[in-house]
Design a protein around this ligand. Structure first.
Ligand code: DGL
Length: 272
């Protein structure tokens, strides 16, 4: 029997999923959250399908062993490639990904149904976003582009300047050159919201820009409520972090993604 005080497990290939963690923390202040970042093996976005599935299963199994009451796959690449595998392997606990909520957010924001998706190479190649968008909106016209340089830019904290603008324009200009242009851009990778300022500069004021974080938190809250899994203990939930690499480095870079300090004492190293 699940105890509602068990933590929600949130995981990602590294620190990027903290953008999702942050949205969950805001929406569900009473939940205990346990985050796992596989920093030793990031990036997943350029790895093979088999490797991504194996690594993702290892992360999920670790959190399940620690007694989480549900799993949030906060990484777009893991969600796009490995979600069905996880749902089969852990039938006893709910497993949510970020692709479906991101697709839902896009369909809500787009009037024309012309939607552009940017993500890692593995996410784009698997076509999971396009498939999810068409489930909500069968007439949608989806164009996608992999933007592999955006992850290192975000991790370096390079969010503006001529060099960054040129890189962003080089990836995005072709997507928006078509007539009529997409009216919605999906930031289909955990790191891209950090570049939203420069992305907005490049695509102009018109297209809507959506990411998965808020909608994932919404879907999680609804799912926990529906299954009677919300923590109703009435106190603030705790934040605990696990990393497969250096804990101090996780705390330092993680703060950029979380938007607030990551207390070093709450970060532990684990091996998978
Ligand atoms: N977290 C990944 C994603 O959202 C980006 C980093 C990586 O490639 O592992 O797709």
């Amino acid at each position: 029997m699940t105890d509602t005080r068990q933590p929600v497990g949130v995981f990602d290939s590294g620190v990027g999923g903290l953008t999702v963690f942050r949205a969950i923390r805001r929406r569900l202040p009473a939940e205990h959250l346990l985050y796992l970042g596989d920093n030793a093996r990031v990036p997943y976005g350029s790895k093979s399908r088999e490797t991504i599935i194996r690594y993702t299963e290892e992360c999920a199994a670790n959190l399940v062993e620690q007694g989480v009451k549900c799993l949030v796959v906060a990484c777009n690449t893991m969600s796009a490639v490995a979600l069905p595998t996880l749902q089969r392997r852990f039938p006893g606990i709910p497993v949510l990904g970020v692709v479906e909520p991101g697709a839902l957010a896009a369909c809500r924001a787009s009037a024309s149904g012309r939607i552009a998706v940017i993500a890692t190479r593995s996410t784009v190649n698997g076509g999971a976003y396009a498939a999810a968008i068409r489930r909500y909106r069968p007439d949608a016209q989806v164009v996608s582009e992999a933007c592999p340089l955006f992850v290192p830019l975000a991790e370096e904290g390079w969010f503006d300047g001529p060099l960054v603008e040129a890189i962003v324009a080089r990836y995005l200009a072709p997507l928006f050159a078509a007539e009529p242009a997409p009216d919605c851009l999906v930031l289909g990778c955990t790191h891209y919201p950090l570049l939203s300022g420069v992305i907005r500069q490049v695509i102009g004021p018109e297209p809507a820009m959506v990411d998965s974080a808020e909608t994932t938190a919404q879907v999680l809250a609804a799912m926990l409520a529906e299954r009677g899994l919300l923590n109703t203990a009435g106190q603030d939930g705790s934040n605990q972090f696990l990393t497969t690499d250096d804990a101090a480095c996780f705390a330092q870079i993680g703060a950029r993604f979380l938007g607030t300090d990551v207390c070093r004492d709450n970060v532990s190293h684990i091996s998978l």
